[in-house]
Design a protein around this ligand. Structure first.
Ligand SMILES: [Zn+2]
Length: 146
């Protein structure tokens, strides 16, 4: 029961911080520096967003949730009613484009927050990540010293 409550709390936190584009650590700083570009670090607590790699996850989920159902809806509309082409130009295409683009930011926020809260990373890449980030940090430190 306690474990379930913790799971619900985690899910609530992920949904809230992802939806609002807030830092998954402090919930105050901003996760994004533009529409879909992640900030380098949280402007409130300094959380480094290097861990975040949602890759094409947002596009994938947007397609699964929006594009496929819409495609069937549009096909059904075409087959059932054989509407004039302007119906698709005015209704179908804008609905498909907006339906796919608008949820991208929230989905990306949820994926990044989920990755942070669940401490997720690609299996077997811990060494590679540690090496890569140690090298990046060393290079940044050297640049700062110059
Ligand atoms: Zn923060």
């Amino acid at each position: 029961m306690i474990r379930n409550d913790v799971g619900n709390e985690k899910l609530r936190w992920i949904l809230k911080s992802g939806w609002q584009g807030l830092c998954p650590e402090c919930g105050k700083g901003h996760m994004f520096r533009s529409w879909l570009q992640l900030a380098k670090q949280c402007d409130n607590c300094g959380l480094d967003y290097k861990f975040a790699s949602p890759d094409d996850g947002p596009a994938f989920f947007s397609q699964m949730i929006v594009a496929f159902p819409f495609t069937f809806l549009i096909l059904w509309l075409e087959i059932a009613y054989d509407p004039p082409i302007w119906v698709h130009l005015v209704f179908s295409i804008p609905l498909m484009v907006l339906g796919c683009v608008l949820p991208l930011r929230a989905i990306k926020g949820w994926l990044v927050a989920s990755q942070y809260v669940n401490k997720a990373q690609e299996s077997g890449t811990e060494h590679l990540w540690a090496k890569l980030h140690a090298r990046e940090k060393r290079e940044a430190d050297e640049r700062r010293d110059d």
